[in-house]
Design a protein around this ligand. Sequence first.
Ligand code: ATP
Ligand code: MG
Length: 555
Amino acid sequence: MSIEEKSLNFLEEIIDGDLNNGKYQSIVTRFPPEPNGYLHIGHASSICLNFGLTQKYPGYTNLRFDDTNPVTEETEYVESIKEDVRWLGFEWKNERYASDYFDQLYDFAVTLINKGLAYVDDSNSEEIAKMKGTPTEPGKDSPYRNRTIEENLDLFLRMRNGEFPDGSRTLRAKIDMSHPNLLMRDPVLYRIKHASHHRTGDKWCIYPMYDMAHGQSDSIENVTHSICTMEFVPHRELYDWLIGKLEIYPSHQYEFARRNINYTVTSKRKLLQLVNEKYVTGWDDPRMPTISGLRRRGYTPESIRDFCERIGVAKRENLVDVGLLEFCVREHLNRVALRRMVVFDPIRVIITNYPEGQYENLKSENNPEDETTGTREIPFGRELFIEKDDFMENPPKKFFRLAPGQMVRLKSAYIIKCDEVIKETDGSIRELHCTYFPDSRSGHDTSGIQVKGTLHWVCASHAAEVEVREYDRLFKVEDPAGEESDFKNFINEHSLNVVKGYAEPSLLSAQHKDRFQFLRKGYYCLDSDSEKEKLIFNRTVTLKDAWAKEQKKSL
Ligand code: ATP
Ligand code: MG
């Protein structure tokens, strides 16, 4: 780790200061998702940040569902969000919902009316927008701005009682229609929406707006550091205004830059379109940048936390290279993945000096990076498969794999020599006839033969046919959401490639939690579509590390 990574980020500096000067004894943060979709890799940054701070400093983190929009929110999303946060390795102190506070928020609104700081406006949304003004021109007062407190209280109660249709009235804060910050020009606090809510059902037909709900919820929970993304900077003034006027616990808002990765989109609304329009099989499609997609793809929580740690916290937005995420998962999987052999595009090898019908079990390490994982047995026999491109009939000089007259080692097995290439009548290769050296068994090699290449292989009669799903980027351009035309125009139609593999038999007992390195190929895990008779593996990431190479080049 570099010195830079160890130094405090700007939020840690603020918190450090607050704790040192006695402003707080402990801190409270919250992660506040709106349950209108599944969490994505951008949310992982926010989760790691909020929960990470209270792991580092005394205090705790709440999980708060920001569920003030009944139309887009669903219980399915709530459940998936809880699963994802836990899977990432974090536990919240309290599970809360903005909707828990609807009664209290309503009372806050009444308090504002009583203080002459809020009024019911009969203008519709277009009229309100028209009166808003522009950054260079002041807005206009609504004709309803000077209603009496009594009239406002009566109308607001009737809004709540369902007397008025959607959009016909709003409750607005009475601040200043020529305020330089447009959000302070009498922002709407409540709107009428006759819609069933995933938790409160039909109890309410008025719902608080984000600004009326978020800061007040923070305050109710005594959140000390309310961390959100940069687009909320202009909201901070209103956040403070409402807390100040209501005279409630003074939570403070801090902003950091959104973290997005390239070649994908990170917006629940856009991801929902991909799901609904069937560009992907679901929220957990392994090509999705969702936590559930990454999980199904074989990413580990450790690798995602490492990624979030490495990209850190900043004030300026930037697009992070997905290569860094891949680098992190490779690093972790290299340490934990079980090594296995799978041949994808086979060519048959006959060991002519090995007896027909005879087999032996050879031992191979599960993971050379971790001795505690022990060994597994792999059957060896007369007929084997190796990868077609590990053989060349007329090889160039430095081809250290198999060729006529050349020798290679079969991983964890013997050294073999290619004696003869047997062809079909059309000239294509049917099989290779080889001999093996019985005294060259790995770990017991007394043959004295030196070879330069080691190949992966499987025993033809014992190999299990499996399906392997190889994934590529979901989009063809780095920033599909930043393009002029619809982001879906940039979908990579070759993002999924399904191939067959011949797997060593130990893979038949693969479990969903297992992580594998298929030697010389990449990292893989069992997919949830697998059945007992048909195993399906996802390629998490290839072995090749383009990102690390790029980094070296730029040094
Ligand atoms: P989306 O557009 O995907 O719905 P959002 O910001 O509306 O994103 P929320 O559910 O409101 O999603 O977000 C919960 C928390 O996660 C918020 O504090 C938000 O700022 C943070 N967050 C969302 N996206 C990112 C991102 N790309 N990088 C960092 N934090 C993010
Ligand atoms: Mg949102």
